[in-house]
Ligand binder design. Sequence first.
Ligand code: FEO
Length: 183
Amino acid sequence: MKKNRLSSSLQTGLNTQMTQEALAAQIYLSYAAWATSEGFSGIANFLFRHANEERNHMMKFLEYIMERGAKAEIEAIPKPPKDPTSIQNCFEQIFQQEIGNTAGIYKLVKMSFDEGDWATWHFLQWFVKEQTEEETLALNLLDKIKVAGGEKATSEALYNLDRDLQKEPDEAALAETKSAANP
Ligand code: FEO
């Protein structure tokens, strides 16, 4: 009896995205280690928390692939990129990496739509919303860094930013949850 309900292209695509999420976790970990070595413990705390989120994303793909009766392939994770050159550069890289991740998710959404694999399409909708949140969060942080002076931020501005990021919520509020009464 055939128990695998994923097409071979979706099985490959979902496995690739699973490794991509593991890479995202490694990138956040690597940037967190860099921020710690630079003395930014609040920013490092934020990045460590986010590394865990990415690992959870990886686990969701792993669980889903297995749930559909397919084989999850645990592959080598590529090495994260070089250390950032500044706090601003760190969050610019993070924003770009989230945009790349969104592109990977959208590709899978399209594949599942074209195949009429509605279970996979439905599973992926959680990630569509999650990516909107993550891009918004990264962009909001970049705005804060720019307001603090960007590449020319003073030590005092960076100190305040580091302290604020210690308590920054892990999720951004999205337009779809806002209203005229609650802008
Ligand atoms: Fe799991 Fe930030 O994407």
